[in-house]
Design a protein around this ligand. Structure first.
Ligand code: TRP
Ligand code: SF4
Length: 326
C-alpha cells in the first residue's frame, strides 16, 4: 500500500513560476509514489481580503493550471477544499484541542496580521487548525511544503498527538517533505515571487511575454558593462531560473561565459528563455485546451469532490464515534 500524501495551494489567481516550482511541479513528481490528495484551498484564501466576484474564476483557473501542469486526476485526488464540508467539521473538533498559546507563536499569523491589519480575524488566527484538518481528514503521512510551512506541520503533529492521547489512536502524525526548490525570488531579485508585487512569470504567459519580463530582470550588479565579469551564484536570473529550467550544458556555458565576461546578460537570458519556453509551452497549450472544455473541468471538479468526500466522511465518522458525538 502506498503512503498517503496531502498538499494544498491557495487560489491566488494565476500559477506563477514560484508556486509552480515550489509546489505543483513537485506534486506531479510525487503522485506516482504516493496516494495523493491535492486541494485548491479556497477556505484558506478567504482568511485575508479577497474579491467575491473574482474568487470563482481564481479557484477554477488554479484547478485548470494544476491539471495542465500534469497532476493526473485519475492517479491523484484533486479537489476544491470548500466542496468537502468535512474540512470545516473537523476544524471545529480540532479547535477544541488547539492550545491558544500554540497559535500565538505562528510566524505566518504575525506576518499576515501585519499585512492585513484592518482585518485580523479569528479564522486567520486558527488557519493552522484548518490546515491540520486538511491533512488529518485523509490521514496523510507525508505533506510536501515549502520551508515557511514547517511550523504549521509541527503544530499539526501537536494537535493530532493530543487527539490520539485524549480519545484513542485515530490519526497519523504527518511529516513534512521540504521541497528542494526553496524560495523563488521575483524578477526584481529582492522579493519572493508574488502576484501582488507584479514580479512574476505566470506559467501561462506567452513566449513573447516571458521574454519581455526577462529582458529587464535584475542580474548580478557587478556586471555593469558587458566586459565586467560576473558570478552566476550572485545572479537571480541564474539561481532562480536557469538552475531549474536549463540543462547541465547550458549551465556550464553560462558559468563560463559569465565569469569570463564572454557572454552578455541578454544572450544569457535568451538561452534561458529558450529553455523556459520548452518546458512551459506544453503546459500553456494544455491549459488553453482544458480551459476551452468547460464541461470537462466541471466534471473533473465533481470527480475530485466525490473521491475526497468518500475518505473524509469515513474519517469524520470515526472521529465522532470516539468523541461520543452520536
Ligand atoms: N498553508 C499553505 C500555504 O500557505 C496551504 C495549505 C493549506 C496546505 N492546507 C494545507 C499545505 C495542507 C499543505 C497541507 O502554502
Ligand atoms: Fe546573470 Fe547570466 Fe548576466 Fe551572468 S550572464 S549576470 S548569470 S544574466
Amino acid at each position: 500500500m502506498k503512503e498517503r500524501l496531502f498538499s494544498g495551494i491557495r487560489p491566488t489567481g494565476s500559477l506563477h513560476i514560484g508556486n509552480y516550482l515550489g509546489a505543483v511541479k513537485n506534486w506531479v513528481d510525487l503522485q506516482d509514489k504516493y496516494e495523493s490528495f491535492f486541494s485548491v484551498v479556497d477556505l484558506h484564501a478567504i482568511t485575508t481580503p479577497f474579491n467575491p466576484k473574482e474568487l470563482p474564476s481564481k479557484i477554477k483557473d488554479m484547478f485548470c493550471e494544476i491539471l495542465a501542469s500534469g497532476v493526473d486526476p485519475e492517479k491523484s485526488t484533486l479537489f476544491v477544499q470548500s466542496h468537502v464540508k468535512e474540512h470545516l467539521e473537523l476544524t471545529w473538533i480540532l479547535s477544541t484541542l488547539t492550545n491558544f498559546n500554540w497559535l500565538t507563536g505562528m510566524i505566518q499569523f504575525k506576518e499576515k496580521s501585519e499585512q492585513h491589519a484592518e482585518n485580523v480575524n479569528l479564522a486567520l488566527f486558527s488557519y493552522p487548525t484548518l490546515q491540520t484538518a486538511d491533512i488529518a481528514l485523509y490521514k496523510a503521512k507525508v505533506v510536501p511544503i515549502g520551508e515557511d510551512q514547517v511550523q504549521h506541520i509541527e503544530l499539526a503533529r501537536d494537535i493530532l498527538r493530543k487527539f490520539n492521547y485524549t480519545y484513542g489512536d485515530v490519526f497519523i502524525e504527518p511529516k513534512e517533505l521540504i521541497t528542494e526548490s526553496k524560495r523563488i525570488m521575483g524578477l526584481d531579485a529582492t522579493n519572493k515571487m508574488s502576484k501582488s508585487l507584479n514580479n512574476y512569470i505566470a506559467i501561462t504567459d506567452t513566449s513573447e511575454d516571458i521574454f519581455k519580463k526577462l529582458r529587464p530582470a535584475v542580474t548580478d550588479p557587478a556586471r555593469i558593462r558587458k566586459t565586467d565579469a560576473g558570478t552566476p551564484e550572485k545572479c537571480n536570473v541564474y539561481t532562480s531560473f536557469h538552475k531549474y529550467f536549463s540543462d547541465e550544458e547550458t549551465l556550464k556555458t553560462v558559468q563560463e561565459g559569465c565569469t569570463k565576461a564572454t557572454i552578455g546578460c541578454i544572450d544569457c537570458k535568451k538561452l534561458l528563455h529558450k529553455n523556459m519556453d520548452q518546458h512551459l509551452s506544453p503546459i500553456r497549450e494544455r491549459y488553453l485546451e482544458i480551459k476551452s472544455k468547460v464541461s470537462y473541468v466541471d466534471e473533473m471538479i465533481d470527480f475530485g469532490r466525490e473521491k475526497a468526500q468518500k475518505v473524509a466522511s469515513e474519517t469524520i465518522k470515526s472521529v465522532k464515534e470516539v468523541i461520543g458525538l452520536w
